[in-house]
Design a protein around this ligand. Structure first.
Ligand code: NAD
Length: 369
């Protein structure tokens, strides 16, 4: 049986995901908004790789409140292709060295940082210094210190910072948050969550510690961690972990597979897994005394669906998660409200992932309390 439909707004309202924070919507946007009420927020994509090419640029065409006005790239040939495809004028094309000169370009309000993980700090801070709002991809950075530097730079510049947590805008995930928050099956006692895939090209940056910061945990395990956090509505206080490696050549610099457990203050436990060794791991289940709910697939771009122990299906209509995420950020800027996915949310995940690595390395339970 298909579940009765709820509006997206109801799901968003039902969640307690909205994080605390101050609105940093800048005076530039508000002045322009007053003068031109129909003006869309101008986005520049920094890093024109897979995500930007196949998801973000197409998603920007579907947004209501955003438009693609600029690019930052180190490849002149790529810039030519993007300029032609998206009608981007020369004056809105930057490289990583000159992006601070965006300061005098009113076409660009937001820089969306989509470069390898360990470059997010450098590029986000340059964008903030240019007076731009920052949307930074996950994982926010590869250390807690670097995350804090991004937060500080955006605060200093008086600009808002959001992290690209697209599932905070996805109806099926939000429905599961509602089931948890409204205790439809009682208090959650356990979450099981896993996300992984078989990684290809052994030369790619995702397998290099200095650019990726870690392996599948930083890349996709972060979604399982997020699920445990947004379903519990709490922060973990204890972490334990085990790592295993079957291909020490390919995974010389990063983990291949890692499994971890987390204890939450209300008594819930989470069991999570991530891997670069095989496909098919893409799910979460919430268990409570009165029943369970599950999404599988839980973290893909499309086709998310699931079941409940009372035989109802969870199968809400797809939306473009990236368009929803960018439109929400644009509305935050236009309406002077804080994002529900602020830098502090990205920092919390990085802090927990560092504890997971420490637990795996030492074989000891790590306290986060
Ligand atoms: P990618 O390798 O396809 O693209 C990375 C881009 O960064 C390339 O255009 C590359 O030229 C550029 N770059 C700049 N400096 C570089 C350097 N020193 N070394 C290597 N590349 C450099 O990667 P991607 O899959 O687009 O991922 C980019 C970011 O987006 C990552 O942080 C990743 O975690 C994140 N991401 C998020 C999602 C999501 O669902 N939210 C999905 C995929 C990727």
């Amino acid at each position: 049986m298909k579940m009765k439909s709820h509006t997206r707004r109801e799901f968003i309202k039902a969640t307690a995901l909205a994080a605390a924070g101050v609105s940093f919507a800048g005076p530039l946007v508000s002045r322009i908004r007053a003068a031109e009420p129909d003006r869309k927020i101008g986005f520049a994509l920094a890093g024109l790789g897979n995500l930007s090419t196949h998801q973000l640029a197409p998603a920007l065409q579907k947004t209501k409140y955003c438009r693609l006005t600029g690019i930052v790239t180190g490849h002149p040939a790529k810039a030519e292709r993007w300029k032609a495809q998206y009608h981007i004028p020369d004056k809105n094309v930057y490289n990583y060295d000159n992006m601070v000169t965006m300061a005098d370009n009113p076409d660009i309000d937001v820089v969306y940082v989509v470069t390898p993980n360990a470059l997010h700090g450098e590029h986000s801070i340059k964008a903030a210094k240019a007076g731009k709002h920052v949307l930074c991809e996950k994982p926010m950075e590869v250390s807690v210190e670097k995350c804090q530097q991004i937060i500080d730079a955006c605060k200093r510049a008086g600009r808002q910072l959001a992290i690209g947590y697209r599932l905070h805008f996805e109806p099926n995930n939000l429905e599961c948050v509602r089931l948890a928050r409204e205790k439809v099956f009682g208090d959650l006692r356990m979450v099981e969550a896993g996300f992984g895939y078989a990684i290809g090209d052994p030369t790619q940056w995702r397998l290099k510690r200095d650019l990726a910061g870690g392996g599948p945990l930083m890349d996709v395990g972060i979604y399982a961690l997020q699920a445990a956090r947004y379903l519990s509505g709490e922060e973990p206080v204890l972490v334990s972990a085990i790592e295993t490696k079957t291909d020490p050549v390919k995974f010389k610099e990063v983990e291949e597979t890692i499994t971890w457990q987390m204890k939450f203050p209300g008594g819930m436990v989470a069991h999570c897994d991530t891997t670069y060794a095989f496909n098919g791991l893409n799910h979460f289940t919430g268990h409570a005394p009165g029943g369970w709910f599950r999404l599988d697939p839980a973290f893909s771009y499309h086709g998310l669906h699931g079941q409940r122990s009372d035989k109802l299906e969870i199968n809400l209509p797809d939306l473009d998660q990236f368009a929803a995420e960018m439109d929400d950020f644009a509305q935050c800027l236009l309406n002077h409200r804080p994002t529900r996915v602020p830098g502090e949310e990205g920092l919390r995940d990085v802090k927990i992932m560092m504890a997971i690595y420490e637990a795996a390395r030492t074989g000891k339970t790590v306290s986060l309390a």
